[in-house]
Design a protein around this ligand. Sequence first.
Ligand code: SF4
Ligand code: SF4
Length: 474
Amino acid sequence: MYNYDPKSLKAEEFINHEEILASLQYADENKNNLKLVDQILDKAELRKGLSHREASVLLACEDPERIDRMYKLAHQIKLDFYGNRIVMFAPLYLSNYCVNGCVYCPYHAKNKHIARKKLTQEEIVKEVTALQDMGHKRLAIEAGEDPVNNPIEYILECIKTIYSIKHKNGAIRRVNVNIAATTVENYRKLKEAGIGTYILFQETYHKESYEQLHPTGPKHNYAYHTEAMDRAMEGGIDDVGLGVLFGLELYRYEFAGLLMHAEHLEAVHGVGPHTISVPRIKHADDIDPSAFDNSISDDIFAKICALIRIAVPYTGMIISTRESQSVREKVLPLGVSQISGASRTSVGGYCEPEPEEENSAQFDVSDNRTLDEVVNWLMRLGYIPSFCTACYREGRTGDRFMSLCKNGQILNCCHPNALMTLKEYLEDYASEDTRKIGEALIEQELKKIPNPKVQKIAYEHIHDIAGGKRDFRF
Ligand code: SF4
Ligand code: SF4
């Protein structure tokens, strides 16, 4: 192991370039060392995770039998920790004004032909009402970096507006926030505004590439961006979400960097990332794909998902509508715990579809189905779509959430919570067919609740939801 310090608070030390290169070399030298691969897989069976170096060996290994074992193990860990539940969310783009120059994103400041938009509070009311009418309870808000157009006060006002909207039986119960790296003071303000997870994609952990891909604007500063999660945690945000944009740099490098970042958070703050997102680069307006052509195949993508599940078993994994239905189907059993549904990646667009000439989208969506269609599809595949937001609202965040998860206790509340929130969805928003499938699924899944007391209460709550009551949780 290269001599580096995961506890350092300096980006270039906890994401140590030499250590990544040494890990990749070690992985390359050992990819056919099946004895070592088996030892690593044996360790992974203990469900305590793997180091970036161990996981890198598995990523490099091409032995079909071992890959099969990785997939089976990822699937089993997913079942043990998350059961057959999939949490649903939707992104809400607040503003695409941005001062940065990210070469892979159509919101970059020099793009003059994309429509620039920023939602007013009145527009947010309309958008969120439309999202509630679909059945969403959990949002991820997104905004470009622009201190004039999207200052922190604007973001805070939007969060307040979103939480205040109660339309029919609808409510947004958790707002996750994906905005640019900011100060400890601003993170504190976000915490006070009641956000769920703070999400910030690293894009790439490779410093040199990072600087080339972000040639202008505050985001050019690699250290400030990479150290953002430490500042967020210092500001009191327990739940942070990591992610890289696969396709910008070589995936093995990114994979090792991502796990090193998770190790760093665990080492310094005693709690790893709450979620990891796995976006892949997509076609978008005014983007030259030849600038970052490191795209990965669906098979590699699936392997990365499986190995994230194995390496950080307690961290939720998110895939968005960037991925098609078939890719989503392929990776769901490998450990994905959250997916978006019926997403619009333009600013606005939920209330009324955006006219074509006004394109403000960040990327093309590959999965265009309605939320009802996604819910229906998930249930037909044997999953329980969950609209649960209970942990955050019960204050089970950060290490309290993690210790529940690590003790396996989370299963005692996730399952009934998923069923109760699904029941709300069926009552308020589902089509006839979806409702029919859902009712049968709930009936069958209620029987699986191990604790008889919890089972009895869950039955009663489901009954009460049918009678018009809402918002029960364990
Ligand atoms: Fe702006 Fe984010 Fe797009 Fe970069 S990726 S141009 S920071 S919106
Ligand atoms: Fe997530 Fe907590 Fe709900 Fe389980 S109970 S689905 S961990 S919010």
